[in-house]
Every structure is written in structure tokens, then in C-alpha cells.
Design a protein around this ligand. Structure first.
Ligand SMILES: C[S@@+](CC[C@H](N)C(=O)[O-])C[C@H]1O[C@@H](n2cnc3c(N)ncnc32)[C@H](O)[C@@H]1O
Length: 331
């Protein structure tokens, strides 16, 4: 079974461009057209309606790397993997880790866009850094990833980056309005910030990882944004709240631990502004973000961005300030 993104037919070309842009389109299979919908075959899960169904094999040589594996491994090796630039990021469970060499070699041989394969041992610590072991190709974790018409360059062993957020980042850029003052509170290599700055918003980007600053400057420059057009602060966000201004939009992309920062950051939101908060929510948890906010705030939408584990999902909460009670009144 192959994961497909289901889109209405008149959105199909737009979806295709997006999927190609972030390397999510599985070109070993054909799109399926059915009842006014198009089902795009995926390399990895993206945001949207995902349907698992039998793939329609392309007449071209299939890119499913598992076809090069011996039969006993074909059905236990993972079909899906993330791609960052030309680095494939592979997660192998304990059942198949001993076959990492043969699995990674066949992945490399099957996909001309991949020149390195890294084993993903999970994201850890305050900086959310991915523990990686390069098992094929040069031991260099720097890649350039293309998404939404942007280039994001980063050393993925030193700064967090997830290609799975491409559609969410596009959604935020789409809803933002040119000229807005935006705080990206957990910016990482600045993939949200760069897209928003390119739209004409004024960005203040903050991250506590010093490597995030280095790659953020690189990414603003790579996408044509001058140093004078944004501000990057290397600090824990809680240590700079009193030095910041007030904002039309605040992005809180620290999904494993956002709540301790919510009260402080919500005090920086202008009337009618928006906070976009991300949080990992257990499937059986009844999480209401409004329980952590004063009555000035309303959660106007919540949605699943992508599955995080079999028991949890990453969710996005859009929160607005409906009553004026802003700390600093010079808006
Ligand atoms: C999940 S990553 C998100 C990165 C980025 N927004 C993206 O979309 O790729 C969370 C980031 O928050 C940073 N971080 C964690 N705690 C922080 C804090 N207290 N203050 C500022 N940044 C923090 C980490 O270094 C990490 O880069």
C-alpha cells in the first residue's frame, strides 16, 4: 500500500508543484484520478488528506528502492523516508537495523537525486538536534532543501529541520499579510521566517542554538533577504521577552514543549493578531489550549499537521487576541 495525498481535481497541479518542490512526490507510481479527485503517490507523509491505497505502478523504472532488495527484506524495509536536499534520512527499527548497509545501498542505487544516506536515531535535547549516522556517501550533513520556492541550507546534525512541515509553512505564509511584524520564537534555521520575510513581513527570529543563527543568516541571504530586513536573536526566548516589541503574528514551533512559553509570548500579541502554536498531542489526550490563556484569547482553529508517533500527532492551534490588554500600548 502506498500513501497518497487526496486533492480535488482543480487543485491537482498546484499540489503536484508543491510535492515536487519538497521531494514528496513518488514518481515510481502514477497519480490516480477518481470521482473528481486526484491521488498523488507520496515518498513520505505531508499535511493534507492522506489515503493508503494500492499504488498504480509507473511504466518507467520504479523508484521503489525495495525492489532491489532480497525478497526477505522487501516487505520489512521501510518504504518511506525523508529527503533533505540530496540526503535520505532513514529510520530503521531494531528488527532490521542489522540490514542497514544493504538497505541504504539499494536506496542510494535507486534514486539519482540521493548521494548520501543517514540513519536517524531521533531528535534530542533543547536544540531538538537529530542524532544521525551517515551510512552511505560523504560524512557531511549539509544539504540544500527546496520548498515552496525557497532554498533552505543547513547542517541537519547541528540544527533542527523537518521537511514534513513544508505545507504548514506555506499555510502560514499564505495567511500572513505583507507588512506584518512577526516573531518567530523558535526559529531554527528560519524556514518559517525566510518565507514570511520574502512576502514582505518584518521578522524577529529567535533561537537558543547558536548554530541556528549561522544557518539563518545563510538562508535569508540565499533567498534574497538583506541583513537589514530582519533581526535574529540568539537567546532563550524567555530571557528576551521584555526586550521584544509587540507583534501581529507569533510563531511558536517548539511542539514538544510550547506551553511554558505561552503566557509570556501571548503578552506580545497585538489586538486581532495571531499566535500559531504547535504541540504534540497524545491521541487520547483532551488538550484545550484556551485552558492556558486568559479570556482575552480565542483559539479559532486547530488541526492535525502530521502523525508524530502511533499514539500522538503534531497539532497546530491558531489563537487570536480578541480583547485588548496589551503589555506595551504603542501599537
Ligand atoms: C522544533 S525546532 C523548530 C525549528 C524551526 N521553527 C523549523 O520549523 O525548522 C525548535 C527550535 O526551538 C529552539 N529552542 C528550544 N528551546 C528554546 C528556547 N527556550 N528559546 C529559544 N529557542 C528554543 C531549538 O533550538 C530548535 O531550533
Amino acid at each position: 500500500m502506498i500513501k497518497h495525498l487526496k486533492v480535488v481535481a482543480n487543485q491537482a497541479q498546484k499540489a503536484k508543484i508543491f510535492l515536487e518542490d519538497c521531494n514528496a512526490l513518488n514518481d515510481g507510481f502514477l497519480p490516480i484520478k477518481e470521482d473528481g479527485f486526484v491521488f498523488w503517490p507520496l515518498n513520505f507523509e505531508v499535511e493534507g488528506e492522506i489515503i493508503e491505497r494500492e499504488g498504480l505502478s509507473s511504466s518507467r523504472v520504479s523508484r521503489d528502492y525495495r525492489l532491489k532488495l532480497p525478497l526477505n527484506l522487501r516487505n520489512i524495509a521501510p518504504r518511506a523516508f525523508d529527503i533533505f536536499g540530496s540526503i535520505a534520512i532513514l529510520k530503521l527499527n531494531s528488527e532490521i537495523i542489522e540490514f542497514s548497509d544493504i538497505i541504504s545501498k539499494s536506496l542510494l542505487d535507486s534514486n539519482p537525486n540521493i548521494d548520501r544516506v543517514a540513519l536517524d536515531m531521533g531528535v534530542k535535547g533543547e536544540f531538538r538536534i537529530r542524532e544521525l549516522d551517515m551510512i552511505q556517501g560523504e560524512s557531511n550533513f549539509v544539504g540544500i532543501h527546496k520548498e515552496n520556492g525557497l532554498k533552505i541550507k543547513v547542517d541537519i546534525s547541528k540544527v533542527y529541520f523537518s521537511p514534513r512541515l513544508a505545507m504548514e509553512r506555506k499555510r502560514i505564509v499564505d495567511v500572513a499579510i505583507k507588512g506584518e511584524d512577526i516573531l518567530d520564537a523558535f526559529a531554527g534555521a528560519s524556514p518559517f521566517s525566510v518565507g514570511l520575510a520574502r512576502k514582505g513581513c518584518t521578522l524577529t527570529s529567535v533561537d537558543s542554538n547558536p548554530e541556528a543563527e549561522k544557518w539563518s543568516h545563510e538562508n535569508f541571504a540565499l533567498n534574497g533577504i538583506k541583513r537589514s530586513e530582519y533581526r535574529f536573536i540568539t537567546s532563550k526566548i524567555e530571557d528576551v521577552i521584555s526586550d521584544l516589541g509587540i507583534y501581529d503574528r507569533i510563531i511558536m514551533n517548539n511542539p514538544t514543549n510550547p506551553i511554558p512559553y505561552l503566557e509570556g509570548l501571548s503578552s506580545l500579541l497585538k489586538l486581532n493578531g495571531f499566535i500559531h502554536l504547535y504541540k504534540i498531542v497524545e491521541k487520547d489526550e483532551e488538550f484545550e489550549v484556551e485552558n492556558y490563556l486568559s479570556s482575552d484569547f480565542k483559539c479559532v482553529s486547530k488541526r492535525v499537521v502530521h502523525p508524530y508517533s502511533p499514539q500522538s500527532s503534531m497539532m497546530a492551534f491558531d489563537i487570536t487576541r480578541a480583547v485588548s490588554n496589551v503589555r506595551n500600548t504603542n501599537q
